[in-house]
Design a protein around this ligand. Structure first.
Ligand SMILES: *Cc1c(COP(=O)(O)O)cnc(C)c1O
Length: 353
């Protein structure tokens, strides 16, 4: 069989997963109602389940991680106030300026390798008590795992220290936990141990867990009630969303433990192609021309993405098996180990998150 007749191995992102037959059956069987009226039992059950897992009082099911983060930030930071985050944070780089455009939030960022949380740097820059000139810092956002850092896990010790110092300074904490499930599986840390350290938490069901759509915001009952109003105001009131919540419930029941397989495959791929060995499911490899590698890999049936002009990103997930990883290893190994690929004509490929 020639390579071109083999199925494409899609490592662009863990968002590309498609619902399994079991998940589709769960969707078909879901009990539903009008969620804007508060009458969808499957949505309500999912919200309660995820809030419980994260050690919070209440949850809100929302369409995307971006809406989830933006609702959380809006609850913590008033217009004209400031959010502090890592310079490569999803909330800063990949949400189209939503915090500023939709909520009047100003942002300052700090730099650190791999997206690490630098508590000293953060505490040195925040201004929780501001007069009539300075912008008041009201929240810090943390990403765990950190996407642009290569799926790095932020450990509990540093988060506990951040919590302690933020609490005494009167600064709130938001967790962008799009891939918190991966952090939990990689470290064995209970989700609620992470969750309780934050005032608002967002988690995605549509990344490695493999649901087609959906994220959950967890916080206090009062904050979640306010978020419910803002979700509706933003056009996010959805009706029989239980069909999607059922996919989320299925993903939580069947696709969490198996994230360990994704981590194992990512490690094997990274070691074989000389990339940094990841803690979770995101492989980053530095190259001269990332767009050229992406184009050359695509023509051999291996889809990867870029993370900036000099970095290729490959993300393992539910729809990539050992055979797929072997093929990706062969193709990427050849491209990275061989002669430098010729620059692509079309400029940098569009990154996927
Ligand atoms: C994917 C992702 C999100 C949310 O993405 P949506 O596409 O809006 O669901 C948020 N944070 C991180 C770190 C992500 O990787």
């Amino acid at each position: 069989m020639s390579p071109l007749t083999l199925p494409v191995v899609d490592l662009r992102s863990d968002t590309v997963t498609r619902p399994t037959p079991g998940m589709r059956a769960a969707i078909a069987a879901a009990e539903v109602g009008d969620d804007v009226y508060g009458e969808d039992p499957t949505v309500a059950a999912l919200e309660e389940q995820v809030a419980g897992l994260l050690g919070h009082e209440a949850g809100l099911f929302v369409p995307t991680g971006s809406m989830d983060n933006q609702l959380g930030l809006r609850l913590l930071v008033a217009p004209g106030q400031e959010l502090v985050a890592h310079e490569q944070a999803h909330v800063v780089r990949y949400e189209l300026g939503a915090a500023a455009a939709l909520s009047g939030i100003t942002t300052r960022t700090y730099a650190s390798p791999g997206g690490a949380v630098d508590v000293d740097a953060i505490a040195a820059m925040w201004s929780p008590v501001a007069g009539v000139y300075e912008v008041r810092t009201t929240a810090v956002a943390v990403e765990n795992t950190h996407n642009a850092g290569g799926g790095t896990v932020v450990g509990l010790d540093v988060l506990r220290e951040l919590r302690e110092r933020a609490s005494s300074a009167g600064v709130a904490l938001h967790l962008d936990g799009a891939r918190l499930w991966n952090a939990q599986v990689a470290t064995g840390t209970d989700l609620a141990e992470y969750g309780r350290l934050f005032d608002t938490v967002s988690v995605c069901l549509s990344k490695g867990l493999g649901a087609p759509v959906g994220s959950v915001l967890a916080s206090t009952g009062e904050r979640v009630a306010a978020a419910r109003v803002w979700r509706k105001r933003l056009g996010g009131g959805w009706r029989q969303a239980g069909l999607l919540a059922a996919a989320g419930q299925y993903a939580l029941a069947h696709h969490r433990d198996r994230l360990a397989e994704d981590h194992d495959r990512a490690r094997r791929l990274a070691m074989a192609i000389g990339a940094r060995v990841p803690q979770t499911n995101i492989v980053l490899v530095d190259v001269a021309d990332a767009a050229a590698v992406v184009a050359a890999a695509a023509s051999a049936g291996i889809l990867v993405s870029t993370m900036g002009p000099g970095t290729v990103r490959a993300v393992t997930h539910l729809d990539v098996d050992d055979e797929g990883i072997q093929r990706a290893t062969d193709v990427l190994g050849r491209l990275l180990g061989g002669a430098a690929p010729t620059p692509s004509p079309g400029g940098p490929a569009t990154p996927l998150r």
